[in-house]
Each structure stands twice: as structure tokens, then as C-alpha cells.
Write a protein that binds this ligand. Structure first.
Ligand SMILES: *Cc1c(COP(=O)(O)O)cnc(C)c1O
Length: 233
């Protein structure tokens, strides 16, 4: 099957680029394969290669794939799209990570609805690092308060920060956004030493993000090819 071969080849090539970007100092970088708009069969193919963490932007779409893939053990689901309050319960019940917590209001329902039979929900605070009017994410100044509230919620586990910097042609503009995220992350880590995740970098800029301290990257099109249709985030 030609399609499968393409995804497998792209995945191996991506893995090599990640290894090269990590350099020699043992920096750990975890890869989230962003599977929005992609079929369950493509996820299954990657899972067979050892890729277990997948990112989805739309709750209903993710639930459908989770049902189709229920027999594959060890899949880890990351919600990476903006979260409406009325979807908090579904995320608490069906995901392993939420990367887009950006307001206090979400914390109580997430904590309340996280089932006791599973591990606490891993949470990243999403920061609107470029202060874009149309983007989700909190202002940097809100991070300490949100972190404190998440830290006090028994069924949530604060893991760190996430950002989607403004697309910019100028590499130095992008680098600057990643550097500001890293500073925020280091500052937060001085109060919450248990945090271990700085999620930034996508297909276009993950090497730069790794160079600036990302511990987690979220990559879609570099694995699966360009997304068609109008549901791009
Ligand atoms: C779609 C998406 C990605 C992946 O984007 P690519 O450019 O396809 O790698 C990463 N993070 C978020 C939040 C996304 O919505």
C-alpha cells in the first residue's frame, strides 16, 4: 500500500531530524503526532512503528478514532485544540493530556470529572506568547495563578507549558518567541520543580524549538503530508 509507505518513510525521516536537532547533550524530546483530519488507519500504522502519543484538536473526531483503535494498547491522547467549557467533561474522561488549559473556569470541571480509575489528567497551560487577539492561550502574567490552582486539584497533574507562536517568516522573530516561552517555563519550574514539559514547535519550526529548549513537539504535516479541506487549526 503506497499511502502507508509514504507515512512510514516520512516518520523515519522526521525521527532522524529530531535526533539531529537534539544534539549530543541528552536533551529529551517527545513527539506528539498530530492526527487531526487523519484516518484511524494512519494512526494504527504509526502505532505499529512505536509512535504512541497522538494530538487531536476536535473532541468528537478524536472520540471516533479512539473507539476504532480501542484494541491497540498504550495509545496516549493529547487534546491540543481550544477547549470549550461544555467539553471539559469529555476531555477529562477520554484524554490523557490537555495541552490547552488557558482559564481558571476549566479547572474545577476537569478535576471533578476525571475518573478515579485512571491516572490524573496531565495538564499544560497554554500561553498566548505573542499576545494575538484571535488566539487562545492566557497572558503570561496569569500563569502563576493557573499553576497554583491546577496544583491544588487532586485529579490534575501540572506538567508545564504549551504555546503556538505567531507564524513569522523571520527566524529571529520565531526564536524570540520560543526564548520567551523558555524563560516563563524556567520561572515556573523554580516554584513547581516537578514540571517537565515545554510543548512548542510544529512541522515548520520544530528544529528551532528544540534548539531553544522544547521538550515536546507537535508535528502533523511533516508526517502525514499537507491537510486538505478547511479544518486546519
Ligand atoms: C495542527 C497543529 C499542529 C501541527 O501542525 P503541523 O504544521 O501540521 O505540524 C501542532 N499543534 C497544534 C496546536 C495544532 O493545531
Amino acid at each position: 500500500m503506497l499511502g502507508n509507505t509514504l507515512v512510514t518513510g516520512a516518520y523515519h525521516a522526521l525521527r532522524q531530524r529530531i535526533d539531529a536537532a537534539r544534539g549530543r547533550d541528552g536533551q529529551k524530546v517527545s513527539l506528539i503526532a498530530v492526527s487531526k483530519t487523519r484516518a484511524a488507519a494512519e494512526i494504527a500504522e504509526l502505532a505499529a512503528l512505536g509512535q504512541h502519543a497522538f494530538g487531536e484538536n476536535y473532541v468528537q473526531e478524536a472520540l471516533g478514532k479512539q473507539r476504532e483503535l480501542a484494541t491497540i494498547p498504550g495509545l496516549q491522547w493529547h487534546m491540543i485544540g481550544p477547549l470549550q467549557s461544555n467539553k471539559a467533561r469529555i476531555v477529562a474522561e477520554h484524554f490523557d493530556w490537555l495541552q490547552t488549559l488557558d482559564r481558571e473556569k476549566l479547572i474545577d470541571p476537569l478535576n471533578r470529572f476525571r475518573p478515579d480509575r485512571v491516572a490524573p489528567l496531565n495538564v499544560l497551560i497554554q500561553v498566548n506568547i505573542d499576545d494575538e487577539a484571535s488566539k487562545s492561550g492566557c497572558v503570561p502574567a496569569l500563569v502563576p495563578l493557573l499553576a497554583q490552582r491546577i496544583g491544588a486539584a487532586a485529579r490534575l497533574r501540572l506538567r508545564g507549558l504549551m504555546a503556538i507562536p505567531q507564524p513569522a517568516d523571520d527566524v529571529e522573530v520565531r526564536r524570540n518567541a520560543f526564548q520567551r516561552m523558555r524563560k516563563l517555563y524556567e520561572a515556573l519550574k523554580s516554584t513547581f520543580p516537578q514540571i517537565d514539559t515545554l510543548s512548542m514547535g510544529m512541522s515548520e519550526d520544530f528544529e528551532l524549538a528544540i534548539a531553544e529548549g522544547a521538550t515536546m513537539i507537535r508535528v502533523g504535516s511533516a508526517i502525514f503530508g499537507p491537510r486538505s479541506g478547511n479544518r486546519q487549526a
